[in-house]
Design a protein around this ligand. Structure first.
Ligand code: PHE
Length: 469
């Protein structure tokens, strides 16, 4: 295959079976698309609130460790499977197992991922909807100069109104489906080039503002001074699960993107770059948010509403706040959107390949089902807030549908998917193939291989056993 220069072939003409496959127009294009998938609500919405809930420093340290010893090696493994297989995740797995005469059951590894992406997208879209609705709220000036109480009330007003939530969830899902139905084309690639750096700059601006609150030092020690007495075993599982979630691992997204990656690109360097950028955005979000939390006497463990209750306060007090606030939520929507697209894409691709549906039908079908399931998450924020479907099990006590979906995907399915990837690549694929594919210098290869074979599976297994038994 020759290198295609067309962007269309790059991201989206993804349905391996029918479309002529090409490669990313450049290494940068892959980095941008993978970063677009990785950077999303996980970094800006989820990371700060789970850090707050789990007591700060010690949790952040475990999370960083998980990125380094579990996340990066698995990202490399996933990208490699994709590039070697050159198809959609399930079929790439099939090709690799056939070539090495391994059990075909391995392709269910990609199946776990497709299920996880479906479940994640259902609630991801609801949160994406919050972000969409805040674009309007910020633009209307309703947030400027308001007290923490008023801003808190605006947020609870949104969560308490299933009708409004449904509208915004629908808008977000429609945006996602609109892109997936057409294949992602070059527009996305170009948009990411501009919007990702813009998001970065805006976050830096917010951190700058946070420094003026007088509570920056307190936030830095909250985030970076580990106090292990605050860390629970569940906290460790959450940190591990979040490493997978935030890097878009354990579900074949990176396999799908890797399948378009040119042979001469270094998988290791690229994976490290994407992971570092993703982690950077999360840490910046934390540094922007926690000074505002402390300055206003808010609760770090406030839960999923944290950014929607803190950042508007900052925007409300800074010059041109409505403008910056609007811009921020636009960029947040965009970050969430590129992630949501990467969640829907593998599912649609699988329906096309497996069930022979055309792209329109498969997008409508998969997106429509996700949308429908999303309604359960919406209701669990209000009408069903006291409904804990699996409440009879101690581990799930008090968890609403929304909490359960989050728990099941991030803390169970993604680490499980990642564990299987590590075992498959570390123990079943031929070492020679890995060496060829990665072309790393000796010691680096040994390090990666050792970590993937021993450290990653053992770490994931231990965390699992502690929490689930
Ligand atoms: N990584 C995305 C985020 O942090 C979420 C995501 C998970 C996207 C899994 C794709 C696959 O928001």
């Amino acid at each position: 295959m020759t290198q295609s220069t067309s962007n269309a072939a790059a991201i989206g003409a993804a349905s391996g079976a029918s479309a002529k496959r090409g490669f990313w127009s450049s290494r940068m294009a892959f980095v941008l698309a993978a970063t677009g998938s990785a950077v999303g609500l996980g970094n800006i919405w989820k990371f700060p609130y789970i850090t707050g809930e789990n007591g700060g420093g010690a949790f952040v340290l475990v999370y960083l460790l998980c990125i380094a010893v579990v996340g990066i090696p698995i990202m490399m493994a996933e990208v490699m499977i994709g590039r070697r297989g050159g198809r959609s995740p399930i079929n790439s797995m099939r090709i690799l197992t056939e070539r090495d005469k391994l059990s075909l059951r391995w392709r269910w590894l990609a199946g776990v991922g497709v299920l996880a992406s479906f479940l994640i997208l259902s609630f991801y879209s609801v949160i994406g909807g919050w972000a969409v609705s805040y674009v309007g709220t910020a633009a209307s000036g309703a947030l400027s100069g308001q007290s923490a109480e008023v801003i808190g009330a605006i947020f609870s007003g949104l969560l308490g109104d299933p009708g409004k939530l449904l509208i915004w969830h629908t808008v977000f899902m429609a945006l996602t489906m609109a892109v997936v139905v057409r294949g992602l084309r070059g527009g996305l690639e170009r948009a990411v080039t501009i919007l990702m750096p813009a998001l970065f700059v805006l976050l830096l601006l917010l951190v700058g503002y946070a420094m003026t609150t007088g509570y920056f030092g307190q936030a830095v020690s909250f985030l970076f001074q580990p106090d292990f007495s605050k860390l629970t075993t569940e906290g460790v599982l959450v940190a591990l699960g979040h490493a997978f979630f935030t890097l878009s691992l354990g579900m074949g997204v990176m396999m799908a993107y890797g399948s378009y990656l040119n042979k001469n690109v270094s998988i290791a360097k690229t994976s490290v770059l994407v992971s570092v950028m993703d982690t950077g955005v999360a840490l910046l979000a934390g540094l922007a948010i926690f000074p505002i939390v402390f300055a206003n006497g808010l609760e770090p463990g406030a839960g999923p509403g944290l950014i929607f209750q803190t950042l508007p306060l900052a925007f409300g007090q800074m010059p041109l706040g409505s403008l910056f606030g609007t811009l921020f939520f636009v960029l947040l929507v965009f970050a969430a959107w590129t992630s949501a697209i990467s969640l829907l894409e593998p599912l649609v691709e699988w329906l096309e390949e497996q069930k022979g549906m055309n792209r329109l039908v498969s997008t409508l079908g998969a997106g429509g089902l996700c949308w429908l399931l999303g309604i359960a998450s919406i209701l669990s924020l209000n009408e069903w807030s006291g409904f804990a479907p699996l409440g009879m099990f101690a581990a799930f006590e008090g968890k609403t549908v929304f909490d359960l979906l989050d728990y099941l995907t991030a803390n169970i399915l993604l680490p499980l998917g990642g564990l299987l990837v590590a075992v498959f690549v570390g123990w079943f694929m031929a070492r020679q193939a890995l060496e060829n594919e990665l072309s790393l210098r000796g010691p680096w290869f040994t390090l990666w291989y050792g970590v993937l074979r021993y450290v990653t599976p053992v770490a994931v297994a231990i965390v699992f056993i502690y929490n689930l038994v």
